[in-house]
Design a protein around this ligand. Structure first.
Ligand SMILES: [Zn+2]
Length: 281
């Protein structure tokens, strides 16, 4: 049998197009809520001064990246580079291509053949042992995500009512030679979230009725369907991967030995009905 799309993606070097990638990041200026008004779901959206000078369109995602904040401790891995954007777009290409067949395999109907009005994307620090809990980061609940997130901590968050997808900011990771390579765990997170996005936008839940747990189970099943058979990681595990304390690639990825311990997947946490998350472990 041929290699899975996931392996092909992870082992590719992504020599890609994506012609012009504006790298300009706007300065980060936060406006903390000073204990006054409660956080609303709109506080989750990027503020004007947090947005990229020019959104970056990802053709195979049919989505645009509107916000990207790097992590200073992992500057190269979390920077909005052409290689990083290409990994996002390639992950979409593989996932979008496989999703119709996945729905057929699951015997799930859908009302539309094409997803339209797909969300805008923010990439934010997510590791809570670095800066993932800092102001306006992915796990900043008090001043940004409290109204939509089920609680700390997560790697991805899709808020249908805002038509916005919030993701961790580390598409890349350094391999043992120090070369930037696709980060398998970022691919896992994005693939999981793509299931949430596409199932909603193709009208799966309009056809069968929405059930949060079923949506989460479907997203995890899609991750497995795409060839990723490792669980979501904790922030501590993520640090170990990034700092090379353990091999960055999970079991089943043919670029690295299978040293990372295999642990059972953890059930997604229940919580707010507003958002679909990729929980950290
Ligand atoms: Zn989820």
């Amino acid at each position: 049998m041929s290699r899975s799309p996931f392996r092909a993606l992870i082992t590719s070097r992504l020599p890609r197009f994506l012609a012009i990638v504006p790298l300009a990041l706007t300065a980060f200026v936060a406006t903390p809520s000073s204990g006054g008004a409660p956080v609303s779901r709109f506080d989750a959206l990027p503020q004007p001064n947090e947005q990229l000078g020019q959104p970056v369109w990802l053709p195979h995602c049919a989505m645009k990246v509107v916000e990207w904040r790097s992590t200073s401790a992992l500057r190269a891995e979390t920077a909005p580079t052409e290689q990083a954007y290409a990994l996002l777009d390639d992950t979409c290409r593989y996932a979008f291509g496989q999703f119709p067949g996945f729905l057929r395999a699951k015997k799930l109907p859908h009302l539309r053949d094409r997803a339209t009005s797909l969300p805008a994307i923010s990439l934010l620090p997510g590791n809570v042992l670095l800066d993932g809990k800092s102001l306006r980061a992915l796990n900043d609940l008090p001043s940004r995500f409290e109204a939509v997130a089920p609680g700390c901590c997560y790697w991805g968050l899709y808020v249908d009512s805002l038509n916005h997808l919030f993701l961790r900011n580390d598409p890349l990771i350094k391999d043992p030679d120090g070369t930037l390579a696709p980060n398998p765990r970022f691919v896992r997170t994005l693939t999981h979230e793509i299931s949430h996005v596409l199932s909603a936008r193709l009208g799966v839940w309009d056809a069968v009725g929405y059930d949060r747990q079923r949506d989460e189970d479907l997203a995890e099943d899609f991750v497995s369907y795409m060839g990723m058979h490792f669980p979501a990681e904790s922030s501590a595990e993520d640090l170990d991967f990034h700092r090379g304390r353990v091999p960055y690639a999970p079991p089943g990825t043919d670029t690295m030995p299978s040293v990372v311990a295999k642990t059972p997947a953890v059930a997604p946490q229940a919580g707010s009905p507003n958002a679909n998350t990729s929980p950290q472990r």
